[in-house]
Write a protein that binds this ligand. Structure first.
Ligand code: F6P
Length: 559
């Protein structure tokens, strides 16, 4: 039966008419216990979801939807390693990467707990050598800079985490991230580096990704231009991958390869050896704290009843707005400058996971699935796009994430940051009525005619839902928990929407076409094989390129 015809779904459609009759502001006015009923405290984290368009009945119905969708069973299947990634016939076991060792979980005849422990030990030893300075580069100097070359999940997670946890870095190493095929990315990074003291980590699950391999070759060429001897590569290049054959083919020493497994999805891989740059930058013990925080959230997700389960609640609220209010996007606003890459990281996690429309029986679903995820840190975001959140015609639910503790206490800065965060969620919820605007304008001495012209522009409809996620301190443990919470949120939504959150076929077509177009841009012949637009674009690039080559050779012959 189609999801939208299920009893749980129909009950929600019907119930929405009731909810529409009241604003969140009205609900707060007559429910003194609303915050207590609609908030969950877990360790040093609080999820306040009271500023949502929900009643207790809404939550009951949403929880019923989760139960009837089989979230409980699917959750067990995931943790037990069943191949729930059904289009790729793979287990989904990023949770095993952060589980303390000493358990037995068999995948393809191997106890993965032993496999994971081996790689963690290898990472630990490597980190100790590099951080202590024992590991020497080709001229006998210690490593000062680590460059992670990877893209997508092999970049966004480690980059986001190293930025978020800057105050926890040991300070002995700088870390850099190169992802884009745009040569400016690697060239600008290399400009600041010395090959004698630089370590490159080539991070790619498949080791076939065009961007990563091209950037890695450029790094290799840059390194050899100074180091000359190929044998020095082993002192300056490491690889993180599931594909040993390709790593060796690329010329990276086997001893410098950190493996992981196909049951770790790219966007879920920061917990694996893909996190090597994190461990090097923070120190291995901090990396372990990150894993511990994620594991604690896994336990919460596994064991708490749905009504007290943070990822489940967030997932259900997301579904409430996406499917019953037609909210096409969801904003994430961290009130923490260190989390500036968090929205970008969540974009891949959420949109690559739930940007799907075919269910496990091959049927196109007739309900909306993953929303557009976007955001920027507050307070910057307030001065950029908040106007639309407050007064635009669309409903855009938002998560506000804020730590109580500042890593850089400085005068009133942090109190102001908190005040802004809380003020925004209050403003989005309450809005400003015509009556309130009228009183304000009248106090300011406006006459009736001017007031009339301005009135509607100054009204805020309010009733705009937000979640506030308050953490005491954004430390490695809490960040691990926060990330895992969103991973599980995405999982629960995927189960309810009946899609496979763990494949990503949608990124393939563009990659294939780029492989066709590359030689066409480099060709001397006019291209006619595509549609008129694509032909014209290719031919312009081709002509521009040819002219540049001609100019360069004319200049050479002049000299
Ligand atoms: O193109 C999408 C994608 O496959 C992501 O899912 C993945 O994280 C990224 O590319 C990088 O892939 P790899 O780690 O294999 O280089």
């Amino acid at each position: 039966m189609e999801l939208s015809r299920s009893a749980a779904w129909s009950a929600l459609v019907f119930h929405k008419q009731e909810v529409d009759k009241k604003t969140i502001r009205d609900m707060f006015a007559c429910e003194s216990d609303r915050f207590v009923r609609f908030s969950v405290k877990w360790k040093e984290m609080l999820l306040d979801y009271s500023k949502n368009r929900i009643t207790s009945r809404t939550m009951e119905l949403l929880l019923e939807l989760a139960h009837s969708a089989g979230v409980d069973e699917k959750r067990q299947q995931m943790f037990q390693g069943e191949p729930i990634n059904f289009t790729e016939k793979r287990s989904v076991l990023h949770t095993a990467l952060r589980r303390p060792s000493g358990y037995v979980l068999d995948v393809d005849g191997l106890n993965i707990a032993d496999e994971i422990a081996d790689v963690l030990l290898q990472m630990k030893n490597f980190c100790e050598e590099i951080i202590s300075g024992k590991w020497k580069g080709y001229t006998g100097k210690s490593i000062t800079d680590v460059v992670n070359i990877g893209i997508g999940g092999s970049d966004l997670g480690p980059y986001m985490v190293t930025e978020a946890l800057k105050p926890f870095a040991h300070g002995g190493l700088e870390v850099h991230f190169v992802s884009n095929i745009d040569g400016s990315h690697i060239r600008e990074t290399l400009k600041r580096l010395d090959p004698q003291t630089t370590l490159f980590i080539i991070a790619s699950k498949t080791f076939t990704t065009q961007e990563t391999l091209t950037n890695a070759l450029t790094a290799r060429e840059w390194f050899l231009a100074q180091a000359v001897e190929e044998e020095y590569i082993k002192k300056h290049f490491a690889a993180v991958s599931t594909n040993q054959e390709k790593v060796v083919e690329f010329g990276i020493d086997d001893a410098n390869m950190f493996r992981f497994w196909d049951w770790v999805g790219g966007r879920y891989s920061l917990w694996s050896s893909i996190g090597l740059s994190i461990a090097l930058y923070l120190g291995f013990n901090r990396f372990e704290e990150l894993l511990a925080g994620a594991h604690a959230m896994d336990e919460h997700f596994l064991n708490e009843p749905f009504s007290q389960n943070m990822p489940v609640i967030l997932a259900l609220l997301g579904i409430w707005y996406r499917n019953f209010f037609d909210a096409a996007s969801h904003a994430v606003i961290p009130y923490d400058q260190y989390l500036h890459r968090f929205p970008a990281y969540l974009q891949q996690l959420d949109m690559e996971s739930n940007g799907k429309r075919v269910d496990e029986n091959g049927h196109t679903v007739n309900h909306a699935t993953g929303p557009v995820i976007w955001g920027e840190p507050g307070t910057n975001a307030q001065h950029a796009f908040f106007q639309l959140l407050h007064q635009g015609p669309d409903l855009i639910p938002a998560d506000f994430i804020v730590p109580l503790k500042s890593q850089n206490p400085s005068g009133e800065h942090h109190d102001m940051l908190l005040a802004n965060c809380f003020a925004q969620t209050e403003a989005l919820m309450k809005g400003k009525t015509e009556q309130e605007v009228r009183a304000e304008l009248s106090d300011a001495g406006y006459d009736e005619a001017d007031m009339h012209k301005l009135l509607k522009h100054k009204v805020f409809s309010g009733n705009r839902p937000t979640n506030t996620i308050l953490v005491q301190e954004l430390n490695p443990f809490m960040l691990g928990s926060l990330i895992a919470m969103y991973e599980h949120k995405v999982f629960v939504q995927g189960v309810i929407w009946r899609i496979n959150s763990f494949d990503q076929w949608g990124v393939e077509l563009g990659k294939q076409l780029a492989r066709t177009i590359l030689p066409e841009i480099q060709s001397e012949e006019a291209i006619t094989a595509h549609d008129a637009s694509t032909n014209a674009l290719i031919n312009m690039a081709r002509t521009f390129r040819e002219e540049n080559i001609r100019k360069a050779s004319a200049q050479l012959s002049f000299f």
